[in-house]
Design a protein around this ligand. Structure first.
Ligand code: BGC
Length: 498
């Protein structure tokens, strides 16, 4: 499809590059949290201060490998953030539409910094929980505004790669958090404070960055600021002649203006395809089982019989693989397209999860450990799994929903994708330790079955978005798809009625 699409002129200037990187710090905040929670909840000092009964159980945990961390309140520590983020993403979508992407990113960073400082200084359990809720609101605002921002300022032919900077920074955040946990685990009794409080540093970078970056042209035009929008387009494209692209944005905004109630418009028949695809992609992303590994890597590795520090080290290795493999998708996404990456990865993830399931169910009993050799094989399999996630479902979960909605429903539609991600991240965070305790190694078969379903979905239902201008998705993507075009038979009558 790509070569027949229009290519608008653009140059990458240092300022534009800075805008991409500064905004992508929103991803770093999200990733930092994902990476830090698992390590902190494995720290004895932290458990003794806030969850003494869990610590007590851990000390006498010889009884069952799969169940020693199963505790509702401890899981609430990890998951409260995602509940806050899920609700916040809808407020964020309103802020994105009414105020713009840039101020929404400023708000996100303010929540991040406050939440991080409160957690770092916490003396009581409520302070930890409130701190995480504030941080979670930051995640809701950041995850809504940053991917949209990157998609909208990217030149169309590099849109995938630029949007994936968000995911790249997510993975860097996870990795840095793993390293920090590795270092702070030996600082007694307050290592956990350093781990949680340090999130304020990238939060501040994002805050300053959000004041420097430029508002996106579609957002300016959508809010009636046409001249500013055109000027912004000239700056971010680094060329004077932006007429053709600007006219396309204007046309999209004219169409968007006819829709009075965006939220209601989202539930019309012709919005179903992007809404369904945008949300199911996020459901699938979480049901790969990635966060069972990201949140609980240290816990998981301890379950498999690694010592506490060896398990942190193993999760540092997976963190590194996660960052490295994301570059593969940055390189490939605008060349081979989204679908091929997703299909290849579904196969690789399926094989990895099945193999982990077989090894653990045949060799890891409720007590005892894996042999050294098998433990190494499991770490390698975890790496092949993480690697394929990192060039597929990880980045595509944020990229595809940001590029499949028309302008009028983009922010609110994307909020559904973000909140779906949060709901299912929450579900996995909340349920994983209990599932591990009850399903034991079979949990890996459970994820494998989901991965199979995802491959089938991509094969038949996911259209290729590579090279399609975001302001022409209805015409060029949905109305041309063998299945989804059926939803557009009576479109046209829907505009203006909402
Ligand atoms: C997902 C996270 C996941 C991370 C791993 C993100 O795209 O949304 O849930 O932990 O990738 O790199």
């Amino acid at each position: 499809m790509g070569s027949s699409e229009p290519h608008y002129k653009s140059k990458i200037t240092p300022y534009v590059f800075a805008c991409w990187i500064l905004a992508a710090f929103g991803g770093l905040m999200f990733g930092y949290d994902i990476g830090i929670s698992g390590g902190v909840t494995a720290m004895d000092d932290f458990l003794m201060k806030f969850f003494p009964h869990v610590h007590e159980r851990k000390l006498h945990a010889q009884e069952d490998n799969y169940c020693k961390y199963d505790d509702e309140l401890l899981q609430l520590f990890t998951s409260s953030l995602y509940l806050a983020a899920l609700i916040a993403s809808f407020f964020a979508s309103r802020a994105c539409t009414k105020l713009g992407r840039k101020p929404t990113i400023t708000m996100a960073s303010s929540f991040f910094v406050t939440g991080a400082l409160l957690c770092g200084a916490a003396e009581k359990k409520w302070m930890i929980i409130v701190g995480r809720i504030l941080f979670g609101i930051g995640v809701g605002f950041g995850n809504e505004a940053v991917p949209l921002f990157l998609t909208e300022i990217a030149p169309q032919q590099h849109r995938g790669a630029i949007n994936i900077l968000f995911q790249l920074f997510v993975t860097i955040g996870i990795f840095i958090a793993n390293l920090i946990n590795y270092a702070t685990a030996i600082i007694h009794p307050s290592g956990w404070r350093v781990s949680l409080g340090l999130a304020a540093v990238p939060g501040l970078v994002l805050f300053v960055g959000s004041l420097i970056i430029m508002e996106t042209p579609p957002s300016l035009v959508e809010r009636g600021k046409k001249e500013e929008g055109k000027e912004a387009l000239r700056i971010i494209r680094g060329v004077d002649d932006v007429e053709a692209e600007f006219n396309q944005i204007l046309a999209a905004s004219e169409q968007a203006k006819q829709v009075k109630h965006r939220f209601r418009r989202l539930f019309k028949q012709s919005s179903f395809p992007p809404l369904f695809v945008g949300t199911i992609i996020q459901v699938f992303q979480q049901f790969t089982g990635i966060n069972a590994i990201m949140f609980y890597a240290p816990v998981l590795f301890q379950t498999m019989g690694f010592r506490s520090d060896a398990s942190l080290l193993s999760s540092v290795i997976t963190g590194l693989v996660n960052v490295g493999a994301t570059f593969v998708s940055i390189y490939a996404v605008d060349k081979v397209g989204r679908r091929k990456l997703l299909l290849q990865a579904s196969c690789q993830m399926f094989v990895s999860q099945m193999a982990i399931g077989v090894i653990l169910s045949t060799h890891l009993q409720a007590t005892g450990t894996l042999s050294r050799g098998l433990a190494v094989v499991v770490v390698i399999l975890v790496c092949t799994f993480v690697m394929s996630f990192a060039w597929s479902w990880g980045p595509m979960g944020w990229l595809i929903p940001s590029e499949i909605f028309p302008m009028e429903t983009r922010a609110v539609g994307f909020a559904f994708a973000v909140s779906t991600n949060m709901i299912f991240t929450f579900v996995i965070a909340q349920a994983f330790l209990s599932m591990l305790c009850h399903m034991r190694a079979h949990i890996f078969y459970f994820f494998s079955a989901w991965i199979l379903a995802m491959g089938v979905f991509v094969l038949f239902l996911l259209p290729e978005t590579k090279g399609v201008p975001i302001d022409q998705v209805e015409e060029r993507l949905w109305k041309r798809h063998p299945v989804w075009s059926k939803f557009y038979k009576e479109e046209g009558s829907e505009y203006g009625m909402a």
